[in-house]
Ligand binder design. Structure first.
Ligand code: NDP
Length: 254
């Protein structure tokens, strides 16, 4: 197989939750460049419309709030009947909240767990059962360095992302016999509007973040996008159950 073909996603359909902005948008852009058809989802239709206009041919969007768990089977069914069988699922949509643990309310905790964990499970279950039937598929969870070590004031987020890391291990044992792979990408500090807004308002935190990144720079959202293309492609066909840090060495620390 040629070097182009081994990374090619030609003929594949990729679903990217939260693909209208930030990291998800760049994953979609990289996947389009690799030849996939992409479907992006999110709650804000205008954001999705603009994203699809920028992504161009081969992209489409579906408006959906992933915390509406009951809507997920119909969403996946709708996507498959309008666009085609989903070969690649990227569970990217996620939310964060910066609060001291003692100030986190039960509602705060539930909202983060519902978005970052329960919805991820429901979408994975729905796509997974279809992939199992077809005996092919690649599922990629976007977790976080918070799944690899402790970070202050993000207790619910850390719990949710660590649990998704555990889900990857459990599902690897169940999905592998059906040629369905499942992996995670754990991004470090990536230059997205959400992250820059949070950090620019807090220079001490920004300096601390860069101070613990051995490469000393922010990651770009397409660093995550190309890692996702690799994990979705034939080039990684014997890789499953891993959590790949894409973080400039952050998870090693120094
Ligand atoms: P953004 O806030 O830019 O993007 C999050 C996306 O998720 C948005 O498109 C948003 O769309 C969507 N989303 C959020 N809640 C829901 C919901 N209930 N239903 C449907 N879609 C939803 O964040 P990033 O791009 O920075 O983050 C993307 C992923 O990467 C997240 O899982 C995050 O935890 C992870 N990550 C990011 C890091 C970084 O440095 N940026 C570091 C480590 C991990 P809408 O609001 O329109 O619904």
């Amino acid at each position: 197989m040629s070097i182009q073909n081994i990374f090619s996603l030609e003929g594949k359909v990729a679903l990217i939750t939260g693909g209208g902005s930030g990291i998800g948008f760049y994953i979609a852009q990289c996947m389009i460049q690799a030849g996939a058809k992409v479907v992006i989802t999110g709650r804000r239709e205008t954001v999705l419309q603009e994203a699809v206009a920028a992504l161009g041919a081969g992209s489409s969007y579906f408006v959906n709030d992933i915390t509406d768990l009951k809507s997920i089977p119909a969403l996946i069914s709708d996507i498959e009947s309008k666009v085609g069988p989903i070969d690649i699922l990227i569970n990217n949509a996620g939310i964060n909240m910066k609060k001291h643990a003692v100030e986190v309310t039960d509602e705060d905790f539930d909202r983060i767990i519902q978005t970052n964990l329960h919805a991820v499970f429901s979408i994975t279950r729905e796509c997974g059962k279809r992939m199992i039937e077809r005996k092919k598929g690649s599922i990629i969870m976007i977790t976080s360095m918070a799944a690899l070590y402790g970070i202050d004031r993000v207790v619910a987020y850390t719990a949710s992302k660590s649990a998704v890391g555990g889900m990857v291990k459990a599902l690897t044992t169940e999905f592998s016999p059906y040629n369905v792979r499942i992996n995670a990408i754990a991004p470090g500090f990536i230059e997205t509007p959400m992250m820059l807004t949070a950090m620019n308002g807090d220079p001490a935190r920004r300096d601390k973040a860069m101070g613990r990144t051995p490469m000393g720079t922010w990651g770009k959202p397409d660093d995550i996008g190309w890692a996702a293309v690799f994990l979705a492609s034939e080039a990684s066909k014997f890789i499953t159950g891993v959590s790949l840090p894409v973080d400039g060495g952050n998870s090693i620390g120094f």
